[in-house]
Design a protein around this ligand. Structure first.
Ligand SMILES: [Zn+2]
Length: 220
């Protein structure tokens, strides 16, 4: 029988309730916090470690069969330029939502070959333009930190949280040209590159998924 003389919220029940709330909060935070995605989990078998080390820039920026030139307007390839790139936050999730405003992918370097981001290997890693265009540099912005836009008449790509710049505003770059190094400036919890792709459609800049532009289409 229920004891009406006892308060319903006893000390024991209060502790259980608090623990349950802490547990639920922890679960919600875990879900919100993006877990690193293993390259092999969504790109098929990872290329061999030796192949990763020897992946040349020309192969990364020249996907098979597309005949792209350095002056191509369309973004193509991996802005970190190496095969041991991993994605630490996907498109349209977490801080990349809603995708039409914040759509991006976060990229880092797996320096140890375990398929996960490695801060030591990521700090200061070179960043390369994925297409031709004119540079716009912004320093110490929020949330993007040190930021580069590369803009042409069809596309623009955004590179955020840079440690340092290798280009300046107004400079014209081509695909494969170094534009800066990876850092953790702005709203960032660790070294990574936030990479965005936008296309001009009927006079409007439309955010697109960078994974549709060959970020992980490595050619051996
Ligand atoms: Zn990001």
């Amino acid at each position: 029988m229920f004891d009406y003389d006892q308060p319903y919220l006893t000390r024991g029940r209060a502790i259980v309730l608090i623990l349950a709330l802490i547990g639920m909060g922890w679960l919600i935070l875990q879900t919100m916090h993006a877990t690193p995605v293993e390259l092999s989990a969504w790109r098929g078998p990872m290329v061999g470690a030796a192949a990763q080390q020897s992946a040349s820039l020309s192969s990364v920026f020249q996907p098979a069969g597309q005949g792209l030139t350095a002056g191509s307007l369309r973004p193509q390839g991996n802005p970190l330029g190496v095969a041991n790139t991993v994605m630490t936050q996907g498109y349209g999730v977490g801080t990349h939502a809603p995708a039409h405003i914040w759509g991006a992918v976060d990229l880092a370097i797996d320096g140890t070959g375990n398929g996960r981001a490695d801060p030591d290997a990521t700090w200061g890693h070179p960043i390369y333009a994925t297409h031709s265009g004119t540079v716009k540099v912004s320093r110490d912005t929020w949330p993007a930190g040190n930021h580069v836009w590369i803009i042409n008449e069809q596309y623009r790509t955004g590179y955020a949280h840079l440690q340092d710049f290798a280009v300046e505003s107004g400079q014209v770059v081509e695909r494969g040209q170094k534009i800066g190094t990876v850092g953790s400036t702005g709203q960032s919890s660790g070294p990574h590159l936030d990479y965005q792709v936008w296309q001009l459609q009927n006079g409007q800049w439309v955010n697109l998924n960078p994974l549709d532009f060959g970020v992980f289409d490595m050619v051996r």
